[in-house]
Write a protein of this length. Structure first.
Length: 332
């Protein structure tokens, strides 16, 4: 699948809101309210959303259809920097590559790098854990996926608590569906610090074995998830959930314009492709910035991004220059 992503990147390469302005001093810590606040600073929210647009000239950013979030929203008051992976695999990401203490120390150091790159935006660390992994083998359930035991999710929650980090549970559904998989995680999703991610790459609607082709989700699938999360927030009086959808090709997300937004859910389309700086910028331009939904994310690969010329990752400063600037950063 790593080769598939590389090939795809090579193929890819080439108003209802009035947003008041805010000075850097105003945006910097005005003191950013904690997520337990009872009211939303709408003027600050609008100013920060406008700041993320980075003076975009396409007219697509900031997204004008997006509703204001409920109080307690994390975005855009903070940037989230996440370590991604699975505790059983050193090859799926940095989260499982190192012993927990080493991994958490590296994450804290990475957070400091982003705080230095953009001192006006506080950073929240996060652990982005793949709790349902796609499998080449059909398995006992015939769905080409494997559920991690709850004790592993509990261990991730424990690690996150030690550094006051958010937790994202990520699903690679295989032959299954979001309708079948997400309710199985409700006991975790009703926790205020637990958020969600889904990966279209491994949603094999056409019956291909995971890893042979790139999968897809439609807006209909995504809307099921946003409505499910919205109902949980209402039922349990939670702060808004962050919902991540990974993407590096057009077909991975179909009918994006039909995605429905909710005040209870903060939607992030995450650029998931790997390669050199120009390839990654091209992917982001066409499939993230070019098809706006609400917020954007950007994945950086410690290993795969440096495989080919010029053998380097994009720096935080370079990522922050993108239009719009990503508010969610993921390291694999």
């Amino acid at each position: 699948m790593k080769n598939i992503k590389s090939i795809c990147l090579l193929i890819i390469f080439f108003g209802s809101f009035n947003f008041p302005s805010a000075s850097a001093k105003e945006i910097s810590y005005r003191k950013f309210k904690d997520t337990t606040v009872k009211t939303l600073d709408t003027a600050l929210y609008d100013s920060l959303v406008l700041k993320l647009a980075n003076k975009d000239k396409t007219g697509k950013w900031p997204v004008k259809k997006a509703p204001l979030p409920l109080p307690g929203a994390i975005l855009p008051f903070y940037r989230v920097v996440a370590y991604y992976g699975n505790m059983y695999s050193k090859n799926m990401g940095v989260l499982g590559q190192y012993p927990p203490k080493v991994m958490l120390a590296k994450l804290k150091d990475q957070v400091k790098v982003w705080e230095q790159a953009d001192p006006n935006t506080p950073v929240k660390p996060a652990l982005h854990y793949i709790c349902v992994t796609a499998q080449a083998d059909a398995g006992s359930n015939g769905l080409h996926n494997l559920h991690m035991p709850f004790k592993q999710i509990d261990s991730v929650l424990h690690m996150a608590a030690s550094i006051n980090a958010l937790v994202f549970l990520d699903l690679q559904v295989g032959f299954s569906t979001v309708e079948k998989e997400i309710p199985l995680l409700e006991k975790y999703l009703k926790m205020p610090n637990v958020h969600l991610g889904i990966d279209p790459e491994f949603s094999m609607k056409e019956g291909s074995v995971p890893g042979k082709r790139i999968g897809t989700f439609d807006a209909e699938d995504i809307n099921y998830v946003t409505e499910y999360l919205s109902s949980l927030v209402k039922q349990y009086n939670l702060p808004p959930k962050i919902f991540i959808v990974h993407r590096f090709t057009k077909r991975m997300v179909t009918n994006y314009q039909n995605i429905k937004l909710h005040p209870e859910v903060q939607f992030v389309m995450d650029m998931d492709g790997w390669g050199g700086p120009d390839l990654k910028k091209g992917t982001y331009k066409y499939f993230i910035a070019g098809e706006p939904v609400q917020f954007t994310g950007f994945k950086l690969f410690y290993k795969n991004d440096i495989k080919n010329e010029p053998h380097r990752m994009l720096s935080p400063q370079e990522v922050l220059q993108l239009k719009p600037a990503p508010v969610y950063i993921q390291y694999q």
